[in-house]
Design a protein around this ligand. Structure first.
Ligand SMILES: Nc1ncnc2c1ncn2[C@@H]1O[C@H](COP(=O)(O)OP(=O)(O)OP(=O)(O)O)[C@@H](O)[C@H]1O
Length: 243
């Protein structure tokens, strides 16, 4: 199941530092939206607000048309519907890959290992890691650990997935396997938002690319519009500044 995510006029400050300044963004069902911007432009904060890890100061976030940004409501059930993967894989080192993946569903959905096993095996299979389930994180490459982190988020059956610079900590030769995992998810129809510096990937795979500058979306559109005339010169100038 996938869902639509909409943000209207989202503002967020840390103290006197305005980090998001009136973000309007629609991520339709099954779409991949890529956020591109310089360090400090607000990409992580935007993703964290979408996932309710940070409360917004103003504005609304809607998941399938229902407001989720109301600070009065419990964010936990919503967070389970919106998975997030970070630059650092954050796997528990003393647990195998499979145990890492089963941890949250066991605790939150109160499912046993045996009940989870077939589903978890299928996820490892799907992402080319069937033979790595019993490995500990330090026995896995960075690319494999990041794919385990993606599997862990998927085990909660999210309707939207958020990815924050998920290839930035990887050696260049390992980036491709994680991007392949994202391509696969997109092909399966997952709604996704990805903060990235992987311009080639954004250009090839995104439905929409958003350029973020000092907390505002300064350019957005499908790659076919913003990487070609008449907007290409502006795009080049922006990328020259941020990359
Ligand atoms: N918890 C926080 N408390 C105070 N300031 C914060 C907090 N989180 C982020 N900021 C500030 O918000 C601004 C935007 O940070 P953010 O991490 O969202 O940017 P980014 O575009 O994701 O950058 P990067 O690519 O370096 O991660 C920065 O000035 C940062 O210092």
């Amino acid at each position: 199941m996938t869902a639509k995510l909409e943000l209207t006029q989202v503002w967020k400050s840390f103290g006197s530092n305005p980090v998001l300044r009136g973000i309007d963004l629609a991520v339709n069902e099954g779409e991949l939206v890529c956020l591109i911007g310089a360090s400090g432009s607000g990409k992580s904060t935007l993703l964290r607000c979408m996932n309710l890890l940070e409360p917004v100061d103003e504005g609304r976030i809607l998941l399938d048309g229902v407001e989720i940004s109301d600070p009065e409501q419990d964010p936990q059930p919503i967070r389970q519907r919106i998975g997030m993967v970070f630059q650092s894989f954050n796997l528990f080192p003393h647990m195998t890959a499979a145990e890492n993946v089963m941890l949250a569903p066991r605790r939150i959905h109160r499912l046993s290992r045996a009940a989870l096993r077939p589903e978890v095996e299928a996820l490892f299979e799907r992402f080319g890691l069937a033979d790595r389930m019993g490995h500990y994180p330090d026995q896995l490459s960075g690319g494999q650990q990041q794919r385990v982190a993606i599997i862990r988020a998927l085990a909660m059956k999210p309707e939207v997935m958020l990815f924050d610079e998920v290839t930035s900590a990887l050696d260049p030769e390992l980036v491709g396997e994680v991007l392949d995992a994202l391509r696969r998810l997109r092909a399966e129809g997952m709604t996704m938002v990805l903060a990235t510096h992987e311009m080639g990937f954004a250009r090839e795979a995104a439905d929409k690319v958003c350029f973020l500058d000092q907390g505002r979306i300064v350019e957005e559109g499908p790659p076919s519009a913003i990487f070609t005339a008449p907007r290409e010169a502006r795009t080049r100038e922006f990328l020259r500044r941020v990359l």
